[in-house]
Design a protein around this ligand. Structure first.
Ligand code: BGC
Ligand code: MG
Length: 551
């Protein structure tokens, strides 16, 4: 039987370079991360997702790879990686890594060989043109304003090459079977190193249709093939696709349950933000209504933020303006005309709102993902360029450099946040550890509650009609379990009255949030919620211990 561990995984995303520096060179490393595994396991995470740690000039935070088979020497060695996987496993955690195959770095030996010699076998790994082909009007890279053109002239090659990201990331031609074989070999290698899965970077760019590339691209054939291959090697391997398309195209990447095991919930994400910004659940309910369940065995991965910009491109201009107005009023807080480059805590301000947003996100259909530092409410650095604003070093203590590194501050890979409300002296793991009112304690409770309620990850989802736009309430049923979640999106107190149709008495046991045990009968059930208040309950019939299958 297929192991469905990922359906109930709590994924913790780590940028190794910014996490913990074990050797004092100012760069976080695999050993440093291994030393912090107790922190991550203590939080309740069950799966690490590591951002690219391969040999790379790191002009795009490691998404510009020069050697897929080697750890960047500043970040460690393959042996360090093996130790990390083993130590994580001993703490009940799996390791998932990024597979960055849509492009290489322009310093990759394949590209160096390809540009030098038209007859090289590597020439066909990339996409070339003697004169820049016409591109559809407005077509640009993923980073408009930073790199606008899709075709860049290379002097050595005497030709233009194609890239959907930065110009130093020439796109690989996945129509070429040799390129596909290279990707398969990379996967084989890391599976043998013990990884449990891959985050498939920029998947539509890798295999999806591309107006600039005439001819048929066998999008799904290859995905089916790799799924079969990885499952043969390691039956519990999970593939997580980074696919930011509309829901109809998106769900195709699950195939018939034989392609991606998981997909990021980008679509839902934009609507979570819209609901939170507008204090109105309606857009979120609508998005949930449009969200396909996907074939059995598949799972959505829900998140609030990742380490890129918060992409709001699925929202209409008016809706985007609403989110900007509330959470990114200054132009400098935005990126690429479509997103926000802030971290959660500074962006949301009120800690109650941050916690509400987390509780809501965890309660939605899928498995949750959190980004390193979110567990303590890490701040950001808007003085840094673009997406670097959110990629600040982790803050462990009030020691020098927040305990991230013993290097001289000028030698750190990125400056630590050292001023203001989010300075490492105020916001750090050590300070929050023993404090029940800290964000860290909240996140531990949230994760523990979510793990105790598999209904959220595995069950069927039904909204309640609450009669109040600001109150989102839903229940999830799975096997013989039944949970109810109530979230107040408003900064004002609110409440709802449920109508219990069959008039049978139910016991509501609080599993999360402020609530006392309740017995519900007599046809109505009132819940009062404070500003940004939330509650999760487990439901059983008081008399028989039975579980209601409907409300
Ligand atoms: C990553 C980005 C990166 C891009 C190019 C995205 O999926 O999340 O950080 O810049 O891929 O590889
Ligand atoms: Mg180091």
């Amino acid at each position: 039987m297929q192991d469905l561990w990922y359906k109930t995984a709590v994924i913790y995303c780590v940028d190794v370079e910014k996490y913990a520096d074990s050797d004092g060179d100012g760069v976080g490393d695999l050993r440093g991360l291994t030393e912090k595994l107790d922190h991550i396991a203590g939080l309740g995470a069950t799966c690490l997702w590591l951002l690219p740690f391969f040999v790379s000039p790191r002009k795009d935070n490691g998404y510009d790879v020069v050697d897929y088979y080697c750890v960047d020497p500043r970040l460690g060695t393959l042996r360090d990686f093996s130790v990390l996987v083993k130590e994580a496993g001993e703490r009940g955690m799996r390791v998932m890594i990024d597979l960055v195959m849509a492009h290489t770095s322009d310093e990759h030996p394949w590209f160096l060989a390809a540009r030098r010699d038209r007859r090289s076998r590597y020439r066909g790994y990339y996409l070339w043109a003697d004169s820049p082909p016409a591109v559809p009007l407005g077509a640009t890279t993923a980073f408009p304003g930073e790199d606008d053109r899709l075709w860049t002239y290379d002097e050595v090659a005497g030709a233009y090459y194609y890239h959907r990201f930065y110009r130093f990331q020439p796109q690989l031609d996945f129509r070429n079977p040799e390129v596909r074989r290279e990707a398969e070999a990379v996967m084989d290698f890391w599976l043998a190193m013990g990884v449990s899965g891959f985050r498939m970077d920029a998947l539509p760019v890798l295999v999806g249709p591309d107006p600039a590339l005439p001819g048929h691209r066998d999008t799904h054939g290859w995905l089916r093939r790799i799924r079969e291959r990885v499952s043969q090697q390691r039956p519990d391997t999970a593939l997580l696709g980074e696919v930011d398309l509309d829901t109809e195209q998106l769900v195709e990447y699950f195939g018939d349950g034989d392609e991606m095991n998981m997909l990021f919930g980008f679509f839902l994400n934009g609507h979570i933000w819209l609901a939170v910004a507008g204090e109105d659940k309606e857009p979120l309910l609508k998005a949930l209504g449009q969200l396909p369940a996907g074939p059995p065995g598949c799972q959505w991965v829900n998140f609030l933020r990742n380490l890129d910009e918060l992409n709001l491109s699925w929202l209409s201009p008016d809706d985007r303006a609403l989110v900007y107005g509330r959470f990114a009023p200054d132009e400098g807080m935005r990126a690429y005309g479509r997103g926000i480059r802030r971290r959660l805590s500074p962006m949301l301000g009120d800690p109650r709102l941050v916690e509400l947003a987390w509780a809501l996100t965890f309660s939605l259909p899928g498995a949750p993902l959190i980004v390193y530092g979110d567990e303590i409410g890490l701040g950001d650095d808007l003085g840094a360029d673009g997406r670097a604003a959110v990629r600040v070093p982790m803050q462990w203590s009030s020691a020098r450099n927040g305990g991230f590194s013993t290097a001289r501050p000028g030698h750190l890979v990125r400056p630590v946040v050292s001023k203001g409300a989010f300075s490492y002296r105020r916001v750090n793991v050590e300070r929050q550890s023993g404090d029940p009112s800290s964000r860290l304690s909240f996140m531990r409770r949230l994760i523990a509650a979510w793990r105790a309620c598999p209904e959220f990850a595995l069950g069927r989802w039904h909204p309640f009609d609450t009669g109040a736009r600001e109150v989102m309430a839903h229940h999830c049923v799975w096997k013989d379990g039944h949970v109810v979640a109530v979230h107040n999106l408003s900064h004002r107190p609110s409440g709802i009255r449920f109508d219990v149709r069959d008039h049978r008495s139910r016991l509501l046991q609080p599993v999360f949030g402020e609530a006392e045990e309740r017995e519900v009968s007599e046809g109505v059930w009132d819940v009062a919620l404070g500003p940004y208040g939330y509650r999760w309950y487990r439901v059983t019939y008081a008399a028989t211990g039975e579980v209601p299958d409907s409300w």
